[in-house]
Every structure is written in C-alpha cells, then in structure tokens.
Design a protein around this ligand. Structure first.
Ligand code: COS
Length: 379
C-alpha cells in the first residue's frame, strides 16, 4: 500500500489547485449570489484538461484514472462546490456511455466532448422516482426501429446547459428494473424542453432543472447496451462516480478547516485568539481527522474502480462518510466564526449550504447506507 502521490499526480494536483485559487475561488461568491451559470470558467477548465476525466486517451481524452480525477475534484471543490458539481456532472453524464456504449457510440459521443467544449447531463431522477430507480416512469415505446420517449425528469444537473443527455426510460413500467433502457440523446432532438432552473439553497452556480420529453423519437442506434440493461448501467455508473462525490465533499471540508483555523488564530475573545481555547481546538481537530479519513476513503474507492473491481460498498461508504463529514465540518466552521459565520461577508455559510446537497444527490445518504448494508450482508 502506497499512500504517496506520483510526480504526475502531484503536478496535476498543483494545476487544479492553482485553477481553483485563481479562477474559481475569486468568483464563487458572485455566482452563488446571482445563480448564473459560469460557462466560461468551465470551458477554461476543459481547455486545461480538468474536465471529462473519464474519457480514455483512445477517444481523445486526457486519460485520467478515477484516483487522478478525485485528486482534481477535491482541489476544484475547495474553490466552489457548485462550479465543481457542474464539471463533475459531465463525467456522470458520460459514464453510461463509457460503461454501456458500443465502440462506435463511444467514438461518436465521447469524441464529441473532446473535439469541442460541450456539457452533458445524466437524466435519471424523476418527480416521483428519485431513490427508487426501478420505479421510473419515463416511457420508451417501440415504434419500428425507433423509441418514442414520453415523460419527465427532475433535478437534472446541467439540464439547461448540456448538448447531450444520457436518459433512462422504461419500455414497460410494470417490469421495474428489467424494463429500463439507457439512451444517448442530443439536446436538440425535437420534443425535449428543459424546465425552469431551480432556485436552490446551495451550489447555486450549478444548473439544476426538470426536463420534459414529449414524443421524442430516438433511433435504437442511440440505445446504450441491450434492451433492459439500463438499470445496471445506471448502478455501475453510480459505483464509479460516487468516489468523486466523496472527493468533492473532502474539498469542501478542507476549505472549512482552513478557513476556521485561519480565523481562530486572528479572532480574539477574553483577550486571547480563540485558537487557544480547547472548545475551538476540538472542533478543528475533528475537522482535520474527518478530512483525512474522507480523503483516504475517496482514494481507496477510486483505486478499486481503477482496478476494475466492483466498488459498490466502498463507493457508498466513501460518499456517505465524506458528505456527512463535510456537513459536520461546515456546520462547525460556522460555529467557530460565531455571528460572523452566519453572514455572507465570510465564506463559511456558503460552505454549509453547499455541503447539504452532498448528502442528497447521487443517492441520499440513506440510500448509501442501504447499499452498504445489502452488500455486507451478502458477504
Ligand atoms: N452493479 C451491477 N448490478 C447491480 C448493482 C450494481 N452496483 N446494483 C444492483 N444491481 C443489479 C442487482 O444485482 C439486480 O440484478 P438481477 O436482476 O440480475 O438480480 C438488479 O440490479 C436490481 O437490483 P436491486 O434489486 O438491488 O434494485 P432495487 O430496486 O432494490 O434498487 C437501489 C437498488 C435502491 C440501490 C437503487 O435504486 C439506487 O441506487 N437508488 C439511488 C439512485 C440514485 O443514486 N439517484 C441519484 C441520481 S444521480 S443525482
């Protein structure tokens, strides 16, 4: 077991760290306030090779491993979780193609994202089916060699900005997971209408919205994998992307720790810097141990994905632990800052709002615990 990063990984980390400090952090509060989409920043990250890390060199990608990707994501999330979620959502949207696409589909759809800057969205959740993927209702009716899609999706990250969607639909609502198919669908296909952007509590720079599909004709050449294979493609996708969510949460928690430690050394109470009081020191110590543990779990689950081992349990452990830890670290950061922490003049209230979403998306932490329990009881 080697915990040291390679020289290449250290260089990659430095590039991402510099980008987060110079290009993301200075604009994070402004995009959080306005809720605008920071497209130009994401495009600059794309030019630097910090996005679409799941695309292999064979398809024009930078060829990062999942571990490399998690190192990058932690750094970017230190700058802004909302912007990093928009970047991460591209890998989530592309992963069903990596996992279930044919060689020809990979060349076409992955190649498109390396030839030009474009965003992708993963369309799985629905108004009535978030945790229960097998209960999704978007219908894919066969019509000759095509499918006609009807229904709607909800909480779609990059929904209004993406040029390409990976969409999960059912050919038979009564057959639960056996009926689900995955498709790659260009945004400009007639019948697709993105809805109103959600006015979110946190991660406000990311674009989240519903999408309506009305008689959307999709040729079967756009189906990923076999008919009925969509559910497993979705699960295998989430096994591979949850380590990056853990990395994102680690970045948020690390920022909370750094801001809190710096503030505690400056802020005085009873005539002394508050960093001298054990009540504050214990909060900082808890943050530090949670950051380290989150990073280790992130790197462990990412390494399993890279080794081609099924990582369901470890990915869920990493996602669940790191996102709960980020919630606690950011709540404690607000506590360290006291009244100042509750105002928008200081960065920690944003960290706390941003962290909350981490316990909900890519599977609530209740679902993560369910996956962990099921996997360990199988063993
Ligand atoms: N990899 C491969 N196959 C998997 C798998 C995985 N990680 N997880 C489950 N499967 C397979 C099972 O082996 C089973 O296969 P068979 O039909 O061959 O027996 C099939 O898929 C159905 O699995 P299961 O019975 O466990 O499905 P459930 O309906 O009980 O649902 C949960 C499982 C709850 C785990 C799933 O719906 C889920 O992950 N929900 C959360 C979704 C989510 O994260 N949403 C956020 C969207 S992105 S913002």
């Amino acid at each position: 077991m080697d915990f040291a990063l390679s020289d290449e990984q250290l260089a990659l980390q430095q590039t991402a760290r510099r980008f987060a400090r110079e290009e993301i952090a200075p604009i994070a509060a402004e995009y959080d306030r306005s809720g605008e989409f920071p497209r130009e920043v994401i495009e600059r990250a794309w030019k630097l090779g910090l996005t679409n890390s799941c695309i292999a060199i064979d398809y024009g990608g930078v060829g990062l491993t999942m571990l490399d990707s998690c190192i990058v994501i932690e750094e970017l999330a230190w700058g802004c979780a909302g912007i990093t979620t928009s970047i991460m959502a591209n890998d989530l949207g592309l992963m069903p193609i990596v996992v279930g696409g044919s060689e020809e589909q990979k060349r076409e759809w992955l190649g498109q994202c390396t030839d030009q800057f474009q965003l992708v969205a993963f369309c799985l959740s629905e108004p009535e089916a978030g945790s229960d993927v097998a209960g999704l209702q978007l219908l894919a009716e066969k019509d000759g060699d095509d499918y006609i899609l009807n229904g709607s999706k909800q909480w779609i990250t990059n929904g209004g900005e993406a040029a390409l969607y990976t969409v999960f639909a059912t050919t038979d609502r009564s057959s639960r997971h056996h009926g689900i198919c995955a498709f790659a669908v260009p945004r400009d296909t007639p019948g697709i209408t993105p809805g109103k952007k959600e006015d979110k509590m946190g991660q406000r720079a990311s674009d989240t919205r519903p999408i309506v599909f009305e008689n959307v004709r999709v040729p079967s050449s756009m189906r990923l994998g076999a008919e009925g294979e969509g559910f497993k493609i979705a699960m295998r996708t989430l096994d591979r992307t949850r380590p990056a969510i853990a990395g994102l949460a680690t970045g948020i928690a690390r920022r909370a720790l750094e801001e809190s430690a710096a503030y505690a050394k400056e802020r005085k109470a009873f005539g002394f810097p508050i960093a001298g009081f054990q009540a504050v020191q214990f909060m900082l110590a808890d943050m530090a141990k949670d950051v380290e543990a989150s990073r280790l779990l992130t790197h462990q689950s990412a390494s399993m994905v890279d080794a081609g081992v099924r990582a369901s349990k470890q990915s869920s452990i990493a996602k669940c632990f790191a996102t709960d830890a980020a919630m606690k670290a950011t709540t404690d950061a607000v506590q360290v800052f006291g009244g100042n922490g509750y105002t928008k003049e200081y960065p920690v209230e944003k960290l706390m709002r941003d962290a909350k979403l981490m316990q909900i998306y890519e599977g609530t932490n209740q679902i993560q615990r369910l996956v962990i329990a099921r996997e360990l009881l199988k063993e």
